[in-house]
Design a protein around this ligand. Structure first.
Ligand code: DQB
Ligand code: GRF
Length: 218
């Protein structure tokens, strides 16, 4: 069973709190995936230090060192393959990926987005949600498609927007839920319970246990 755990490569560019939540979840012996590699495109990403302290293999592939996007991505791809990676998790990875790279990892690459997709694709989601006065916001884990923030949805969590919220307080409330649903989504994908069916993700047993929809309990 242990040998069947899916080998996961996590791509980061910064803080790495979502990567950390995946590492912590994967430390459970019955988790269906292991974090085989943390890859950053930024040398001083704080997440790299955490991964090193955990004894996890790390790699630095700096986009600035390459002549173009495709050369950068080929280097990342070779590093991932070289570490036997089977699933990729984007976790605060800030470079847009070309259709070539997305195609290499089709239905095997996840991303976490700080909004309830298909609302608020793109950057600065919390500022935009506050500006538009929505009452419910949240986070989404989805498979990565060539079109940014548009792939099949695996898991979502909703949070209330409160009267005194700033982008920072709202971001913190959403982030706490990100740290719950990213491990959940990875577990569903790595175990084979979640599979892509056209534009949607079907989850085995979901009717009995609708745990892809979460609401903060505290
Ligand atoms: C991100 C989504 C968008 C951005 C960053 C991360 C962004 O617009 N960054 C500024 C431009 C940086 C650059 O020039 O590279 N979320 N690629 C594909 N599909 C995705 C998601 C992320 C990153 C790359 C996707 C992605 O859904 N093709 C993560
Ligand atoms: C998270 O809010 C994630 O949803 C977004 O970028 C942020 C990354 O934070 N894609 P961290 O590096 O995981 O702490």
């Amino acid at each position: 069973m242990t040998s069947q755990r899916k080998r996961v490569g996590v791509l980061i560019s910064g803080r790495g709190s979502n990567m950390r939540s995946l590492v912590e979840a994967a430390s459970a012996p019955d988790f269906p995936a292991e974090i085989a590699l943390v890859l950053s495109n930024v040398a001083d990403a704080a997440g790299l230090d955490f991964a090193r302290t955990q004894g996890i293999a790390t790699a630095l592939v700096e986009h600035k060192a390459f002549s173009g996007r495709e050369a950068f991505e080929r280097a990342m791809h070779e590093t991932l393959v070289g570490h036997g990676v089977e699933l990729v998790c984007l976790a605060g990875f800030m470079r847009l990926l070309t259709p070539w790279f997305v195609g290499q990892w089709r239905d095997r690459m996840l991303n976490i987005h700080p909004a309830l997709l298909p609302a608020y694709r793109g950057l600065h989601t919390h500022e935009r949600a506050l500006a538009e006065g929505v009452k419910i916001h949240g986070a989404t884990v989805h498979f990565v498609a060539p079109e940014v923030d548009a792939g099949p949805i695996i898991a979502q969590a909703a949070v209330p927007v409160l009267g005194g919220d700033t982008p920072e307080t709202l971001a913190a409330r959403v982030l706490a839920q990100e740290h719950r649903i990213y491990p959940l989504a990875l577990k569903l994908v790595a175990s084979g319970a979640a599979r892509v069916d056209g534009a949607r993700v079907l989850i085995e047993g979901e009717a009995a246990a609708p745990d892809a929809l979460l609401w903060p309990t505290a």
